[in-house]
Design a protein around this ligand. Structure first.
Ligand SMILES: CC(C)(COP(=O)(O)OP(=O)(O)OC[C@H]1O[C@@H](n2cnc3c(N)ncnc32)[C@H](O)[C@@H]1OP(=O)(O)O)[C@@H](O)C(=O)NCCC(=O)NCCS
Length: 197
């Protein structure tokens, strides 16, 4: 099932979604396929990417409106064809890729960066002068046809293989191979899956 494609219009020079419940705009560096669904400009309110393309939404993909894309100046988030992201929080300072036909459920957190310094003194200073973002970011890659259950958390540098499932509220900090089900904190393989032909 694919949602109705979103029509994006120009209003006073800005890109907007007609009848949007949120009074925001869609950034010019969000490349959205004409067949994709984007629920609301709310998803882009924390999008600060300065790259030529900071968000890429593929053919038939859906970005449902409670999703928040918190993207730093050098970040890019990519949704593949027919990928569906429903109410996730995505924090990206380098690259987060969600493969074709993958499903990301509500309250999932994908973060390729912690932003907050590990060093206690630096952390204290950051709270005073706002110099967050000191930690290096590591890309997250979610393969094709994966399913991330509600409330799961995917940490910097994690990868999830094609066809795999992450159970609800699991924490993924490393690599999940293709065609397995993982669960728990830290997420461990609970089952192999039958590979699609
Ligand atoms: C991944 C999932 C689909 C697996 O379901 P399942 O195959 O019925 O799994 P089972 O209930 O048979 O559990 C198998 C084992 O994994 C454990 N397990 C299952 N889900 C778990 C979870 N979220 N966290 C920790 N352990 C979990 C079970 O306790 C069981 O352990 P045991 O063998 O020691 O008894 C399911 O756990 C899940 O997360 N569903 C959420 C779906 C979702 O997010 N839907 C939102 C709409 S997109």
């Amino acid at each position: 099932m694919t949602a109705t494609p979103t029509r994006i219009v120009r209003v006073d020079g800005n890109r907007a979604i007609p009848e949007d419940w949120y009074p925001g705009t869609v950034p010019d560096n969000a490349q959205i396929d004409a067949t994709a669904y984007v629920g609301s400009s709310y998803s882009f309110q924390r999008c600060r990417s300065e790259l030529p393309i900071g968000v890429e939404i593929g053919r038939g993909a859906s970005l449902c409106d409670a999703t928040s894309l918190d993207i730093g100046a050098r970040g890019v988030v990519r949704l593949g064809e027919y990928a569906l992201v429903n109410g996730a929080r995505i924090i990206c300072d380098t690259e987060i890729e969600i493969g074709d036909y993958s499903l990301v459920s509500w309250d999932v957190v994908l973060m390729d960066t912690y932003r907050v310094p590990f060093d206690p003194d630096e952390r204290g200073r950051a709270l005073v002068d706002g110099t967050f973002g000191a930690n290096p970011a590591r890309p997250i890659r979610i393969g094709r046809n994966a399913w991330i259950g509600f409330g799961a958390c995917v940490l910097p540098g994690a990868t999830i293989g094609d066809g795999s499932i992450v159970a609800a509220r699991s924490v993924v900090a490393a690599g999940v191979p293709p065609y397995v089900v993982v669960a728990g904190n830290p997420a461990r393989i609970i089952r192999e899956q039958i590979r699609a032909r």
